[in-house]
Design a protein around this ligand. Sequence first.
Ligand code: ADP
Ligand code: ZN
Length: 525
Amino acid sequence: TSASPPAQALTLLRDIWGYPQFRWRQGEIVAQVAAGGNALVLMPTGGGKSLCYQLPALLRPGVGVVVSPLIALMQDQVDALRQLGVRAAFLNSSLSVEGVRDVETALRSGELDLLYVAPERLLMEGTLWMLEGVPLALFAIDEAHCVSQWGHDFRPEYQGLGVLAERFPDVPRIALTATADARTRADIVSVLGLEAAPQFVASFDRPNIQYRVTGKDNAKRQLLHFIRAEHEGDAGIVYCLSRKSVEETAAFLSAEGIEALPYHAGLSHAQRQEAQARFLREDGLVVVATVAFGMGIDKPDVRFVAHLDLPKSLEGYYQETGRAGRDGEASTAWMVYGLGDVVNLRRMLSGSTAPDWVQRIEAAKLDALLSFCESAGCRRESLLAYFGEEYRGPCGNCDNCQNPPAQRELTREAQMALSAAVRTAKDGYGYGAAHLTDVLLGRETERVRARGHHRLPTFGVGKEHHESVWRGILRQMVALGYLTAGEGGGLHATPRSRELLDGSAQFLLREEAAQPRERREKRAK
Ligand code: ADP
Ligand code: ZN
């Protein structure tokens, strides 16, 4: 499979695209598909996937059919190809009846090199029938992770693409994606019938990005401290979950002298365009955004990406942090998270009306994200492991490698916290972390007295630890599933809690989780 591409491929690469050589394994992939073989290509965004199907489509007789869910981008892609002199067109719901007719005519008369099609359009019997009547160079299935229910972008239409292998067994299929963990990859292979196809998997490693995760204390202040200390005057993206916190954070940074623009779906199209244009044009601007920002933005010198709220999954985290340091220079992926985030995300899940299997997938993804956050090992190692890549840390660049967190064995404390949760809970109503902390620290608040919690045997048993230690313990317990958050944020025991009580599990607290760096510094002063 590692054949070299035909000489003609290099000529086209230079004459049409003006590139002197292939990047990474593009040449091998082109050779594989040009020779009529199938392939699965996994490459991070910006890696150069398009060429892997565009070039073979030109080398082979017939038209190359590109399946893409990104209808909004088809026009741009086709325009760009036409500028290079490639005969390209697209078929999707945005076309008029005449528009469709023109494309079909061009297709039938062999005047197209590449045809972009939305999956639902491709799967219409009329389209399949038409394609059976013309010579086809290949099928390229872009964003192939959409076939997987496990993927973050599942599209039911994509599952129908299995017909390509059945109805066009002699036409090569090349599936491409930028995000596919092992499970998604297996789904792509089985749905698209690529069992025998070679897989070209580029590394997802981004060595110039420093991954850091820290306990949330006062998120905005922590962010300010981080930017001032390490990224004054740098371009960066700050992600928040809600529009409100986007607005507040942007205003806060601006008031502190760090120019920051808000970006979220509640702003007008013109406002968003303006923010995007300024971000690309100006130096050292910070954009505070919901996840809507960043798709298709190619700014090479983004020096930091900060998360003030947890993303929904590690795929999301990887994509968002991946917008930093495209130029290869040192950059920071910085995130704060706290018990509130964990409770919120868990609650969103348990309140979900999605089908069972979807909820199970979402829960597993959240677990993966939380265990990444709580990990005391190399961040890069656990991130890459999630994408099925074997990498042995220490990387020497992430927070845990540079500053290995002490792990304290606090099983007894975890048992105390559990006991406080169990003893205070009544009629299915549980108390939140703040109240449990009051009980553990022996604080006679009004609420504690009113509920008689000062008479519990657990009252005051945790005095020897600082409040922030308890906050860390409770957060990690929820993250690891020893406690679960019910309605209103009340914490309850879980079936897993037993492992702590009977001593079959140890509870190790990351020291850093309990005492954010910012605090230690303040105290030292
Ligand atoms: P992807 O689809 O993987 O996100 P693209 O196919 O859009 O990436 O390519 C990303 C960028 O890399 C584009 O600007 C493209 O022109 C450029 N590129 C791709 N292949 C090469 C190459 N062999 N040499 C130089 N630039 C390339
Ligand atoms: Zn590391």
